[in-house]
Design a protein around this ligand. Structure first.
Ligand SMILES: [Zn+2]
Length: 319
């Protein structure tokens, strides 16, 4: 599932340590994946349908959605609004600029994910939503980490509300902890959130992703963080992956959503792990073996060349 209109979403900058730097969340990341998959025979590509905003409100507050909509509408083409302080306004970092087309671009990514989710409900047991902007850092009330609407959380809510799913597991394989997804489902047992990511003592988003964050209330025990140190390679990673997949199996979900980031690749300029192309084939194979209907949603991955080779390995193995 893919929408070519994602290319109009072009955040240009972010603020790192007080300085403006180039924003790596570029259209080329996703175009490279699409082209490589088509060349390798994955050419069953569909365009999204339009879904009502009520699905976005399953996850995000009206206050936040209105803020994002009005902020987008207030900007001229080419103009970017960026928060210059952490936690200022309804954006929790300084890396997530808003332009005049941000709101509609974020909504289109949601539509791609919801269309993919609706396909999964039929005879198809594996669907890939190749989207940007990504979603897993967005919380109920705030954007951040290049994310505006939490695509995976909205898809999970779709399965719970619309398809009466008995339980949804989210496996977050992006290099960065999905603080937004964790936060949204922290107090429920209807969603199991399992994440393997760079240790937040060292890496973004710093505020969350530690092992002692296990959920609360009815959600206690249904949030599992598996942080790994910088330069983790397949040996370390595979132990965490085995554990994550065991937890998912024991949960018996009706649906598995994979928040897939390729920023765990050794050649990624943002992430800090050392995974190689072939390791993604191993990951794909292991997920496929679970035999759970699976919706894969693209999150990060900032080296278009590595994204392309990795996606081909991963999807060949999982399919
Ligand atoms: Zn990431």
């Amino acid at each position: 599932m893919y929408d070519p209109k994602h290319v109009v979403h072009r955040p240009t900058k972010e603020i790192d340590k007080g300085k403006f730097i180039e924003n790596p969340e570029k259209p080329e990341r996703i175009e490279a994946i699409k082209d490589a998959l088509i060349m390798n025979g994955f050419d069953n590509i569909h365009s999204p349908n339009n879904f009502p905003m009520s699905y976005v409100y399953l996850v995000h507050s009206e206050r936040y959605v209105n803020w994002l909509k009005n902020k987008s509408a207030s900007l001229q083409p080419g103009e970017e609004y960026i928060t210059e302080l952490f936690g200022y306004d309804l954006c929790f970092d300084t890396g997530t600029p808003i332009s005049n087309i941000t709101f509609e671009s974020a909504k289109r990514a949601v539509d791609v994910c919801l269309t993919a989710a609706s396909l999964l409900s039929g005879k198809t047991n594996l669907v890939y939503a190749l989207v940007r902007p990504p979603g897993h850092h967005a919380t109920r009330e705030a954007c951040g980490g290049y994310c505006y609407f939490n695509n995976a959380a909205i898809a999970a809510s779709y399965f719970l509300v619309k398809e009466n799913a008995d339980g949804v597991a989210i496996l977050d394989l992006d290099f960065h902890h999905g603080n937004g997804t964790q936060d949204i489902f922290y107090d429920t047992d209807e969603v199991l959130y399992v994440s393997i990511h760079g240790d937040p003592d060292t890496f973004y988003p710093w505020i969350s992703g530690r092992e002692n964050e296990i959920g609360e209330g009815p959600g206690e025990g249904f949030n599992i963080n598996l942080p790994l140190p910088a330069k983790s390679d397949w040996r370390k990673y595979s132990e965490a992956l085995d554990q994550a997949l065991r937890e998912i199996k024991n949960y018996y979900p009706d649906v598995l959503i994979v928040s897939l980031g390729f920023d765990t690749h050794a050649d990624d300029p943002v992430g800090g792990f050392l995974l190689k192309d072939d390791d993604f084939a191993r990951i794909g194979k292991a997920i496929g073996k679970l035999k759970i209907p699976t919706l894969i949603i693209q999150e990060g991955g900032y080296n278009p060349v590595a994204n392309a080779s990795t996606a081909v390995k991963f999807f060949t193995a999982i399919a």
